[in-house]
Design a protein. Structure first.
Length: 814
């Protein structure tokens, strides 16, 4: 088996499982980068203050560098001739980093053994005498004015025989201070490959504290995301790992018990050694090549490996590398699994490219696995993601699949101003470098979520169709939410040209293609399958306007399973998410004065029933319901929001929108602020769209951009903040505080925009797997049925076909 000597002084040994290194005996030196910075700042001050040589004696602080004191190094003597360090202020960062390199060498046994041949502190055989370490820093490489040479010597203290000091001499290579022929020395020859994680002790302590906190709450993982000014990721980027987006720690129960019982300083060395191991070039190289490295310590071990195309560093403590596959998610859904295994049918997706638009959940990963098992030629996915955090394991699993077969994209939220969000292409799915021009368009236009989804989905869909034409394949569109199928139908039926569509979906201008879009698309598209009621309604609206559709569209949106079961579970998820946030703010759902917008819809009905039958106190029967289906207003049921009496509206403090469009307008919003009885106003969307409170977002943005914001005739002050879970720190939305004077009193209204006004049921877990297994099985069956009928040439004429109404769940006409 292969063996590699690392800069840590310990070998990497290849094993059948991967690579292994034993760092049990690696000595830890803390505070070396702190020492370098202290000495560096002192040198720079001396250069600026004194016209002569730089010369001073620094006493080692045992609290910062206890290991040096243990080695009997009590002082550091610094010397440089006048003029040598004149550029130290100009090249401050480079100079400090050079000092970090010098003192950081003490952490490496190879060099520590040369300058301090002591068996207790150095691994390996002793040397007879101490050698000075020579650090030649070339100005060509470092971009500085001079090529300086740093010389570090260990010198016996003439005052105390039991003590030593380090002498650091800095000179130019052209003009020597020390004649190296007169002293034993060794040139440090690995400077160009050397990296250090500055402040690794402090970083290790911070990570250790966060993991201890997670263990105390019964959690067995901890993750950090690369954010602006993150010291951890800034330092990791200096290593040979390069830029990372995530670092994920996981551990088993025995480690959790160990770290909670261990004294804080006792467990610090574990995390210090984690970061020290990442300074070694050979370790980083193996990780970049997809390898796993097991690092053995006295009381535990940890495994290092990269995932998500090298963007995520994973550290599993006392556990081997976790390997997840899409099939693992499929196995959790027995109904979907049986369809994927073709247990009761013979249909498949051979010769068909699937274009899928859906949420990124564990169930959808299983659905993608089923598509693959059923022979899909390729799968392109545009993931729907409103809020919440994508579990790293989902990305690990998805990105293991060849990107030529499974291409994935999604949107990432950006903030413009203080309220309005816009969206760009996320960089944590498949490589999106080929979409740079489209991404620039999104950045410049700052589209809303729905518009950005439509443009990116449409762009990728057309790319998929182009590839299919070249490959002689067909495309089946399966979507959740009606992002592009209604638009494709509308465009074709409106007799638009192909180049018009390509222009609308962000393609660069090329030769004019005046082929009717209907004809261009008809050559490649099998049909469309829709999951949601919103998407169904959008298709139905196109059909009403044009009397027909461009392609057959199958939908499960109003099937008995969807309306009778899933909608109730969605309603439960919405109320549970709202309740969690209320509880964290010391409030309860049962005492809220609620208004449901879209009370007679698939989700609105079970919401109202759940609230009336138990989620609200018996003495709190103030639920207001708004829906166009109410012909007459009364008994707290109104056909429009405008019909709600002001005195009733002013009592409301929780607005739940499940209507699919924005009905709360500026006039009602301003009334609520100025005359409403409640201080805290909560707004939650339960629709599959982000338009429920679009007017509210627009109004708040206009208010935030005004030089002197005014509501009605009242001057107001506005303050923005985030809503965080006080225990986990989980981001749950935005809070807007509005202050104004009324009747000589300062009034405050707080607007809680839960999940940033995106569907709140996706903030946590959505609909449970048990229900989604049945729902996605129905979606898969009707998709297989459409595909099968197309190749048999028995597909019905273009129209909207709903399961349990016009077709059965295999797409056969009823």
């Amino acid at each position: 088996m292969k063996k590699i000597i690392t800069s840590l002084g310990y070998p990497l040994q290849q094993t059948e499982e991967g690579w292994e290194i034993d760092l049990s005996e690696l000595n830890i030196f803390t505070g070396l980068s702190v020492l370098a910075k202290i000495i560096g700042e002192h040198i720079i001050d001396e250069v600026e203050r004194s016209p002569g040589d730089v010369s001073f004696l620094y006493k080692v602080n045992s609290n910062i560098n206890p290991e040096l004191v243990k080695m009997k190094i009590h002082h550091i003597q610094v010397y440089a001739r006048a003029g040598v360090l004149d550029d130290s202020r100009k090249f401050r960062d480079i100079f400090i980093n050079q000092l970090i390199t010098v003192f950081g060498s003490l952490q490496q046994p190879k060099w520590r053994r040369e300058i301090y041949p002591d068996a207790e502190n150095c691994q390996g055989k002793n040397t007879a005498q101490s050698k000075a370490l020579i650090f030649p820093f070339s100005h060509e490489y470092y971009g500085t004015g001079n090529s300086n040479r740093f010389i570090l010597e260990k010198v016996k203290n003439p005052v105390s025989e039991a003590s030593y000091f380090f002498r650091l001499t800095i000179e130019t290579i052209e003009k020597e201070t020390i004649d190296l022929k007169t002293i034993p020395n060794m040139v440090v020859d690995d400077l160009l490959t050397r990296v250090y994680i500055a402040g690794s002790s402090k970083i290790a302590r911070s990570v250790r504290d966060n993991i201890v906190n997670a263990c105390s709450r019964g959690i067995d993982y901890y993750s950090e995301e690369n954010r602006i000014y993150s010291r951890l990721f800034e330092q990791l980027e200096n290593t040979h790992l390069g830029r990372l987006e995530y670092i994920n720690f996981s551990w088993n129960e025995s480690f959790s018990n160990h770290i909670r019982k261990e004294l804080p300083e006792g467990s610090l060395s574990i995390f210090k050694k984690i970061f020290l191991s990442l300074e070694a070039y050979s370790i980083c190289e193996i990780l970049h090549n997809g390898g796993t490295i097991k690092v053995i310590l006295h009381d535990c071990f940890f495994c290092l490996y990269l995932s998500q195309l090298g963007r995520s560093l994973n550290i599993s403590i006392n556990m081997p590398r976790k390997m997840f596959h899409m099939d693992d998610y499929l196995k959790r859904m027995p109904m979907l699994s049986s369809i994927a295994k073709q247990m009761d049918h013979h249909f498949n997706f051979s010769n068909t490219k699937i274009f899928l638009i859906h949420h990124i959940t564990s169930e959808i990963i299983g659905f993608i696995a089923a598509l693959k098992k059923l022979g899909a030629y390729s799968i392109d996915v545009m993931f729907v993601k409103y809020s919440g955090i994508i579990p790293p394991v989902y990305l690990d699993t998805l990105l293991e699949t060849d990107s030529d077969y499974l291409f994935m994209a999604g949107l990432e939220k950006k903030t413009s101003g203080k309220v309005t969000d816009y969206y760009t292409i996320a960089d944590y799915f498949s490589d999106a470098s080929g979409l740079s021009e489209l991404n620039e368009l999104l950045k410049n236009k700052k589209y809303s979520y729905f518009d950005a989804m439509k443009i990116v989905s449409g762009h990728l869909f057309l790319n998929c169709c182009i590839d299919a034409k070249k490959q002689g394949k067909k495309v089946l569109l399966i979507e959740d939410g009606g992002y592009i199928a209604p638009f494709l139908n509308e465009s074709g039926l409106s007799e638009k040209k192909t180049d018009e569509l390509f222009d609308q979906f962000g393609f660069p201008s090329t030769d004019k293609n005046t082929t009717p879009f209907q004809q261009w698309l008809n050559d490649v598209l099998i049909g469309t399958v829709e999951h949601t009621k919103n998407g169904y309604d959008r298709l139905y609206a196109v059909k009403q306007e044009h009397a027909n559709l461009l392609f057959p569209s199958f939908s499960i949106a109003i099937s008995k399973l969807k309306t009778d079961e899933e909608s109730q579970e969605v309603a439960h998820s919405i109320l549970s998410a709202i309740e969690s946030i209320l509880h964290e703010n010391g409030l309860v759902l049962s005492r809220r004065n609620i208004i449901i917008l879209g009370a007679e819809g698939n989700i609105g009905k079970p919401l109202c029933r759940l609230l009336k039958e138990g989620r609200l106190h018996q003495q709190n029967q103030t639920l207001t319901q708004v829906d166009l289906q109410y012909n007459l207003s009364g008994e707290r049921k109104y056909c429009t929001l405008e019909k709600v009496p002001d005195d009733e509206l002013y009592q409301k403090d929780l607005f739940i929108g499940v209507i699919g469009k924005s009905v709360l307008k500026k006039e009602q919003i301003e009334k609520l602020i100025l005359f409403g009885e409640k201080t805290n106003l909560f707004f939650a969307s339960g629709s599959t769209k982000t338009v429920e409170f679009e007017d509210l977002s627009t109004w708040l943005q206009m208010l935030s951009e005004a030089d002197k914001p005014v509501i009605g005739d009242k001057s107001v002050e506005i303050e923005y903040s985030r809503i965080y879970d006080p225990q986990s720190g989980f981001d749950q939305g935005r809070k807007v505080m509005i202050r104004f004077q009324q009747d000589n009193h300062l009034l405050t209204k707080q607007l809680f925009l839960l999940a940033d006004l995106s569907p709140i049921n996706f903030l946590y877990y959505g609909v449970p797997t048990e229900i989604m297994d049945a729902i996605l099985s129905q979606l898969l069956k009707v998709s297989l049925g459409m595909n099968h009928q197309y190749f048999l040439k028995t597909l019905p004429s273009p129209d909207l076909y709903a399961v349990d109404h016009q077709i059965d769940e295999w797409g056969n006409k009823i």
